[in-house]
Design a protein around this ligand. Structure first.
Ligand code: ADP
Ligand code: MG
Length: 349
């Protein structure tokens, strides 16, 4: 188990990371998600012992390791760019990493063999790093970091520089390996889709601070801050003031969006309502929020399309429709969504 407690790290006078706390339970896949520069790598380095925090603690297996050297911590690291030793074969790279942990040479060889098999790179064992493909190099690095059975694996944007198909392949492999080995993983990415697809839990960082932590489902369905609502997933946003009882939000245009009590406790306060494109239908149905408008743009994505509808009363609404459907730009339509699908975030959140 990994615990980061009140971690603060400054560079000069600027705090790169402020008072961050989170836990990764044994066998859990936890992702640090946030835009470039928000402090993800700094947190990872503090966990690895490569940066000394100004305040706070790092605990591994309930032991305070804050003051220990990197080599005294049993962590596996995979960085953004390749760090394989070029003059060693893949096998030798792994055996070298095992040296401080396993004294017996034969056992090192056996462990290397096993882990290279696990990450499906055994056939490249006697190859030098510069003749590996991008995907193979990532696998080799995963093997090396896994070989000595670390307490936690740290992966800093490990899919950077891979093309789209390979990103998906290696992403799925990382997840498979984590499930198969039960290793605790702390994964870093700026890509919210990537985070949602692999994580048990996500910690969202913004400008050095923790915004919200939770399951992907929770973050997507119940974002608690404006930043999380806008960074995780797509949505249409309506700004207004919460009405008596928290049942609706009155927009500046005068129109009301029903929010099914989600505004409770925030009556009279400014708030934003967010609605996901897949929750908006191009028909009245039995939705309690219905607005008429005109389709102004259809963007095809293949399996689905995104339609932008300009409504008179609530402005632009984005909806998802079937790919290559009959929806046409210029068409008069209604958009409908349920008040139970409305996400409400108070202005000061
Ligand atoms: P991320 O990995 O999320 O992109 P980083 O942790 O690398 O973010 O950086 C967080 C902030 O700290 C950034 O503003 C960055 O410029 C700053 N920073 C990171 N490393 C250093 C350093 N060695 N010296 C000074 N500033 C740094
Ligand atoms: Mg980084």
């Amino acid at each position: 188990m990994l615990e980061v407690r009140n971690l603060t790290k400054k560079y000069g006078n600027e705090a790169a990371v402020k008072e961050i706390s989170f836990v990764a339970d044994e066998g859990e896949f936890v992702t640090l998600l946030g835009p470039s520069g928000c402090g993800k790598t700094t947190v990872l380095k503090a966990v690895a012992g490569l940066e000394k925090p100004d305040n706070g603690k790092v605990l591994l297996r309930n032991e305070d390791v804050t003051g220990t050297k990197p080599e005294e911590r049993n962590v596996g690291i995979v960085f953004q760019s390749s760090s394989l030793f070029p003059r060693m074969t893949v096998r030798e790279n792994v055996e070298y990493a095992l040296k401080p942990h396993v004294t017996d040479r034969g056992e090192r060889r056996e462990r290397a063999e096993d882990v290279l098999g696990l990450v499906k790179i055994a056939e490249k064992a006697d190859t030098y790093p510069d003749s590996l493909s991008g995907g193979e190099a990532r696998r080799a690095e995963l093997a090396r970091a896994l070989s000595y059975k670390p307490d936690v694996m740290l992966l800093d944007e490990p899919l950077t520089g891979l093309d789209r198909a390979l990103r998906t392949e290696i992403r799925d492999e990382i997840k498979r390996i984590q499930v198969e080995t039960g290793v605790t993983m702390l994964f870093v990415t700026h890509d919210q889709e990537e985070a949602i697809s692999v994580s048990d839990r996500i910690v969202v960082l913004n400008d050095g601070e923790k915004e919200q932590a939770g399951t992907p489902r929770r973050l997507y369905r119940r974002p608690e801050t404006r930043f999380v609502a806008e960074f995780v997933g797509e949505s249409t946003r309506f700004d207004g003031v919460v009405e008596e009882g928290g049942k609706g939000v009155r927009l500046t245009t005068g129109a009301k969006v029903g929010v099914n009590g989600r505004g409770e406790g925030d009556e009279g306060n400014k708030a934003s309502v967010y609605v996901r494109p897949e929750n908006v239908e191009l028909e009245e149905g039995d939705h309690n929020n219905v607005f008429s408008g005109e389709v102004v743009e259809v963007t095809e994505m293949g399996s689905y399309a995104e339609a932008r509808v300009e409504t008179e009363r609530v402005g632009e609404v984005i909806t998802k429709v079937d790919g290559f459907s009959d929806v046409r730009e210029g068409e008069d339509v209604v958009v409908g969504f349920d008040d139970s699908d409305a996400i409400v975030v108070a202005d000061d959140a």
